[in-house]
Structure formats: structure tokens, C-alpha cells
Design a protein around this ligand. Structure first.
Ligand code: MN
Length: 489
């Protein structure tokens, strides 16, 4: 889907046709300039003067799949009772850009005509009131439209809004059920479909095995050539690599046939397969598919959404699991990995394909997997949990480092990071909030974007960052519990 955003300018007839023409000309100039620097096109739609015009453009925005959201602005004054019917039916993300055409007040030129034409300070307040009155989730961005900071914030919001569009069309393919007895990978699939739009359904592992058996040697050759182009081969076990290619091709065919953008599997259910998909899942993630281990469909869908919200529509985000800590004073870090499936978009260098024995699960043969170190840099980890009757999104700021030791016998990709505000306080906060051991780790989606996304999806949002203390967090969670109970009532 090629997404775009619609620019809707509010005005009224009071100022005469000349002013309205000027407003439209300027709005067209602004979208042309902004579209050059934003990640998605901003399309001028209308200078709205009546309730009818607003309702019509909102109906069209709701209907058109390519429209990922609307951006509104009032160059002049737009009496906002005329916005009520339209906004009340809006189903797309909504950003109020509080800006004005001119940067400065022109000392000599300013008179009452200038004031009537350039009254965004006036109009944007009237416009803001009605959204507050309607209790609408929206993003307010104030600043001069040519400033880089405004561009960055608008770009971030657009990407979050695309995350909303991707969420609403999300389909997750579960190969088998989730791992036995695990609590955090459970969840209400009806609730996520109502709230987030996700369609989460199961396919039999036997169906996948049948699909794998139908893959041709030529198809395998072609994918292995892709592996060779992207990765270093550090194993003589070509049969294992070819087997992973076969798994990948079969999974991709099933995913694409059903329109699924995310999938899960579990080492406990590999009946008829020789290896847990490792390289196969990793290379699918590199192409933008979401993945969750042990049947964790929530983290799988979130992985696909964060990838879509990242750079170029497939950013540096991947499925992650907190494994073990390094607790030496002054060097406190988490080591994250998974038994195989870490996305190469997190890699600092060129990944190696290796084969090793995997003791967990029903692997008859040693699975091939990509091994690498994660990048250093700022990032986030994200966990969506089901609190029973509502969903909670927990986001923690992290600082990833080059792993401080080579760990030559660790046969999987690894990422090392320090959670904020510091490792142990961060862990206390994460555990207090109920964050899962599975997360999406992202280098290019920010906590602010996830906040926007959660607001648009109308779910609880918890952020753990540099300023979080366990005391403040506990209080926030207590209040949040009350708020969300009231919202449900
Ligand atoms: Mn796991």
C-alpha cells in the first residue's frame, strides 16, 4: 500500500473569495514543500467552509485505504461547530498542525487585512477546542512549517499513523499453538481484533510440511544464492542451509497467499520438520515479516508494525528476548538473544550462517541460523501484554552497546544493552509493569512514536525512561488501572 496523508484547511466565507483563494494557494505551496521532506506525501484536499465539506472529506478519508491520516490547519478562523459532524465520524489518525504561513510579523505591512488573513493563532485555538470537547485522540504539533523540528515531528507522527494502518490490516499466521504453560504469550484474540484490527488464526504444521515438500530444488537454489549474497557462509553443512531455504519458501508462500504479515511457531510443535526455522525466520523478518517465538503472536504482530513504522517502511526492529544479565558494577547490561530467531536488521556487521546443535525442541538435525552482534545505539524495547479486559503497551528506553565480550561459544545472534534509567531500576520498573520476556527491540522507532500509536489505538501506554522511578511508576499504574476500568464501564 502506498500511503499518503490529507491536508484539510479550515476557513469560512466571512473573508470573501480573494482571501479563500490566497489560503488555497498557500496551502498548496505548503504541501508541495512539506512533501519533499516528509516520508509520505501530504495531499491538499480542501479549504473547508461548511459542515458539508468537512463531512465529505472525512467520509472519503475513512473510505480510502491509501489515506493513512488527516492533517488539519486553520490559516484563518474556522468556526468549529461546523467540524463536529465530520470529526465525530473520523476513523483515521488526526494531526492538528498549529502553524502559520508567514514566519514573522511584518512590522510595516501589518494592518487589519493582514490580521484577518493570517490568524492561525486565533483559528487553531477554536479548532483545538472542538477536538478536546469531542475527546478525540489527536496529535498537536505547533511550530513554523518550514522548521526542521516540525518536519521531524510530523514525520514521526506519519510513521506512527502508518503503524495504525498496518495494525488494522494485520493478519498473523500461527503455525501450531503457543508453548505449553507460558502465561505472557496468551491473550484475547477477539480483544486484539476489536482494538487493533489483528486477525490471528492457526494453520497446521502439517500444512506447512506439505508446502515444504512441494518446493523445487530450483527455488531452493535461488534463495540460497540470495543468502550467499547477503551473508557469510560459516558452515559446511549446506544441507541444513538448503533445508532452511525450503522452510522459508514454504512459509512465505503460505503467508502471502493468506495476506499474513506476521507468523509464529514453537519448538514444541515441529511435527514432520527436521529443524526449527532459524535462518528461515530471520530472513523473513529481514523482509519485513513479524515473528514471535513460542507461539507469541502479540510480539509477532508488534514486530511487523514496528518494522513498518521504521525507516523506509522496513526499519531496524526485531523480535527479542531478555536472556541473562551482566551485573558487574558499572558494567550492568542485559544480554538479549533467542534460540535462533534474531532479525539481521539489528546486526552491526555482516551476519554469518552457522549450524549448531539445538537441544531444545524436536530438532532432528542441526538448524542453520544467522549469528551476529547487535548494533550500538539508542533504542527501545516494546511489550504488549493482555491485562484481562484491556491491553497495555510497555516501552522502555535502552542504550545498546557493542557486546563487551566475544562469547565465542554462544551459537546465536546477540544484542547487549542497558535499560534506562539504569539496569536494575529499569528491570524493577519493567517487572512492576508486567513487561514480557519477549519484546520488539527497535533502533529507529521512538517511545514518542509508540505513545502516539497507543493513543491512536486507544490502549494503555506505559513508558520507562531516564526519569522513571519505581515509586512514580507504581502510582501511574494505580491511576491507570482506575482510568481504564472507568473507560471500560
Ligand atoms: Mn522465547
Amino acid at each position: 500500500m502506498k500511503y499518503e496523508f490529507w491536508f484539510v484547511v479550515g476557513s469560512q466565507f466571512l473573508y470573501g473569495p480573494e482571501v479563500l483563494e490566497t489560503v488555497e494557494t498557500r496551502a498548496r505551496e505548503m504541501v508541495a514543500e512539506l512533501s519533499k521532506v516528509l516520508p509520505y506525501p501530504l495531499v491538499y484536499k480542501v479549504t473547508a467552509k461548511t459542515s458539508r465539506e468537512i463531512t465529505d472529506v472525512v467520509k472519503e478519508a475513512n473510505y480510502r485505504d491509501e489515506c493513512a491520516g488527516i492533517v488539519t490547519w486553520c490559516h484563518t478562523f474556522s468556526p468549529s461547530k461546523m467540524w463536529i459532524n465530520g470529526l465525530a465520524s473520523l476513523q483515521k489518525p488526526y494531526c492538528h498542525l498549529a502553524t502559520q504561513y508567514n514566519r514573522e510579523i511584518p512590522n510595516d505591512e501589518i494592518d487589519m487585512d493582514f490580521m484577518n488573513l493570517n490568524q492561525a493563532a486565533h483559528g487553531d485555538r477554536e479548532h483545538g477546542f472542538i477536538a478536546a470537547r469531542l475527546r478525540m485522540p489527536r496529535k498537536v504539533i505547533a511550530g513554523y512549517w518550514q522548521d526542521e523540528k516540525v518536519h521531524r515531528r510530523l514525520a514521526d507522527w506519519m510513521k506512527a499513523a502508518v503503524g495504525v494502518a498496518v495494525s488494522r490490516e494485520m493478519k498473523v499466521m500461527r503455525f501450531g499453538d503457543n508453548m505449553r504453560e507460558v502465561a505472557v504469550t496468551e491473550g484475547d484474540k477477539v480483544e486484539v481484533q476489536m482494538k487493533l484490527g489483528w486477525q490471528v488464526n492457526t494453520w497446521a504444521v502439517g500444512d506447512l510440511v506439505r508446502e515444504m515438500n512441494a518446493v523445487t530444488e530450483e527455488e531452493v537454489d535461488a534463495l540460497v544464492a540470495e543468502y550467499e549474497a547477503a551473508y557469510d557462509i560459516a558452515t559446511d553443512n549446506t544441507a541444513a542451509i538448503r533445508y532452511q531455504a525450503r522452510e522459508e519458501i514454504a512459509m512465505k508462500k503460505m503467508l502471502d497467499r493468506e495476506g499474513c504479515r506476521a507468523f509464529t511457531n514453537t519448538f514444541q510443535d515441529l511435527y514432520g520438520m527436521e529443524q526449527l526455522p532459524g535462518l528461515a525466520s530471520q530472513h523473513l523478518m529481514a523482509q519485513g515479516y513479524g515473528y514471535g517465538g513460542e507461539g507469541d503472536w502479540k510480539v509477532s504482530a508488534m514486530t511487523a508494525i514496528l518494522k513498518a513504522m521504521g525507516e523506509g517502511g522496513n526499519g531496524a526492529s526485531g523480535f527479542m528476548e531478555d536472556y541473562t544479565y551482566h551485573l558487574a558494577e558499572g558494567q550492568e547490561y542485559s544480554l538479549g538473544a533467542h534460540m535462533l530467531e534474531v532479525c539481521p536488521s539489528l546486526a552491526a556487521g555482516r551476519p554469518r550462517i552457522e549450524t549448531h546443535h539445538l537441544g531444545i525442541g524436536m530438532n532432528e538435525k542441526d538448524p542453520a541460523r544467522l549469528v551476529f552482534e547487535g548494533k550500538a545505539g539508542k533504542g527501545i524495547v516494546v511489550s504488549l501484554i493482555d491485562m484481562g479486559g484491556r491491553l497495555r503497551l510497555i516501552v522502555q528506553d535502552i542504550e545498546a552497546v557493542k557486546p563487551i565480550m566475544p562469547m565465542p561459544n554462544l551459537p546465536v545472534a546477540r544484542v547487549m544493552w542497558r535499560a534506562l534509567p539504569d539496569l536494575t531500576t529499569g528491570v524493577e520498573c519493567w517487572i512492576t509493569a508486567g513487561g514480557a520476556h519477549h519484546t520488539v527491540l527497535s533502533y529507529d522507532v521512538t517511545a514518542g512514536q509508540m505513545r502516539d500509536w497507543a493513543r491512536m489505538m486507544d490502549i494503555e501506554f506505559v513508558h520507562i525512561g531516564a526519569d522513571t522511578t519505581p515509586e512514580k511508576l507504581e502510582e501511574e499504574l494505580l491511576i491507570s488501572d482506575l482510568v481504564w476500568k472507568l473507560k471500560q464501564a
